[in-house]
Design a protein around this ligand. Structure first.
Ligand SMILES: Cc1cc2nc3c(=O)[nH]c(=O)nc-3n(C[C@H](O)[C@H](O)[C@H](O)COP(=O)(O)OP(=O)(O)OC[C@H]3O[C@@H](n4cnc5c(N)ncnc54)[C@H](O)[C@@H]3O)c2cc1C
Length: 342
């Protein structure tokens, strides 16, 4: 089939990689360049927090999350970056005054899924064995099976792969105005395809009812004095932060969650909260260098769950909210095998 994809952010890329494996020919459209600097998929930390997200999510997120974790290694292998995947588990901790909140969080997870019984309480000694650099903390939990995809490497390597693929044509900097039965329309013309996909994230809000943006802000810090190797969260009554390690002592610190579609630069309040929380997590962050501050919006539906909608010769995939990396491979698999392009 000759297939058109409108929107080549995270979901569009995962979809394109799957469709190429099935032998289809693709034409991609994005209003951005092929390097996707404005996609939410480029801002994301890439955490695969299959358990930790359960506190506020439905168990469908857990099931799709587990499936995606199984699918990511092959996708990354396909584009030559198998080492951009890490699945060594994650750590969650809190300040001593918030331990009851931490215990409650873990109890909530355990009440939701049986597999959460594998979450392990760590005393200071056990924590030091796993993460020697977290000596400031006396109590934490180890969450097995969680991991991360290096989101920025995924975006770059998938661009290179798709741009050089003989079965892919990529129309960059083209704003798609409408997508209808087998057609993608831009600049007053409609191009016909055997099938089309709408994966424009928040850019599809005119066509998808109740689609909204949820603002998120992240820091990138270079911290030579910090050596944390696993994604690590800290619970706090007012905010939740995570630290996601990348190579060469770089850490992604995130993320705020604000009901707004404002993509303007980070606010003073958010920067104070994120940076003071990260400093209280490890004093070595005091001398870290701020190398980037990024803001973007998560495409979110009313129920905060992803949705696949099928029309004639058209599939829309949207609403991946704060779980894009956690869910995209499984949601795309469902879209492809659930009916149309078997
Ligand atoms: C701060 C932050 C941190 C996050 N951290 C995580 C995390 O740790 N783990 C996790 O699982 N998820 C995380 N996410 C969520 C994840 O990034 C999103 O769920 C995911 O990127 C959504 O994918 P998408 O393809 O629908 O949208 P996007 O990635 O935004 O892609 C949409 C694409 O469509 C294009 N487009 C839009 N409109 C048009 C148009 N009219 N014509 C042509 N092209 C168009 C855009 O240019 C873009 O390239 C985070 C998100 C944010 C903002």
């Amino acid at each position: 089939m000759h297939i058109g994809i409108a929107g080549v952010g995270l979901v569009g890329r995962v979809l394109a990689l799957n469709l190429l494996r099935q032998g289809h020919t693709l034409t991609l459209f994005d209003e951005d360049t092929a390097y996707g600097d404005n996609a939410a998929g480029m801002t994301a930390a890439g955490m695969l927090a299959v358990f930790a997200e359960l506190e506020t999510a439905e168990s469908v997120i857990f099931e799709h999350g587990k499936r995606s974790i199984a699918l990511w290694p092959d996708l990354l292998e396909q584009i030559g970056i198998a080492d951009a995947y890490q699945q060594e588990g994650s750590i969650i901790t809190a300040h001593p005054q918030d331990y009851s909140e931490l215990d409650h969080f873990i109890e909530t997870l355990k009440a939701k899924v049986d597999e959460a019984s594998e979450i392990e309480l760590l005393d200071k000694k056990a924590l030091m064995q796993l993460e020697p650099d977290m000596e400031q903390h006396a109590k934490a939990f180890f969450i097995p099976h969680e991991g991360q995809v290096d989101a920025q490497r995924f975006m770059k390597a998938s661009s290179d792969y798709l741009l050089s693929h003989p079965k892919v044509t990529w129309h960059q900097k083209i704003k798609v105005d409408e997508i209808k039965e087998g057609q993608i329309c831009f600049a007053g013309v409609c191009e016909p395809f055997d099938w089309v996909f709408d994966t424009r994230g928040l850019g599809a809000s005119e066509q998808i009812e109740n689609l909204r943006g949820v603002r998120g802000e992240v820091f990138w810090l270079d911290a030579p004095e910090v050596n944390i190797t696993r994604p690590t969260r800290m619970l706090h009554p007012r905010y939740k932060i995570y630290i996601v390690p990348r190579p060469n002592n770089r850490y992604i610190i995130g993320a705020t969650e604000i009901e707004s579609e404002d993509k303007s630069p980070m606010s003073v309040r958010s920067s104070l909260e994120l940076l003071s929380a990260v400093y209280s997590m490890h004093s070595g962050f005091a001398e870290a260098r701020i190398v980037n501050m990024v803001t973007n919006c998560r495409p979110t539906l009313k129920d905060n769950l992803p949705a696949i909608t099928q029309e004639k010769k058209l599939t829309r995939i949207n609403g991946l909210y704060r779980h894009g990396y956690l869910l995209a491979p499984a949601v795309v698999e469902e879209a492809l095998h659930g009916g149309i392009l078997k």
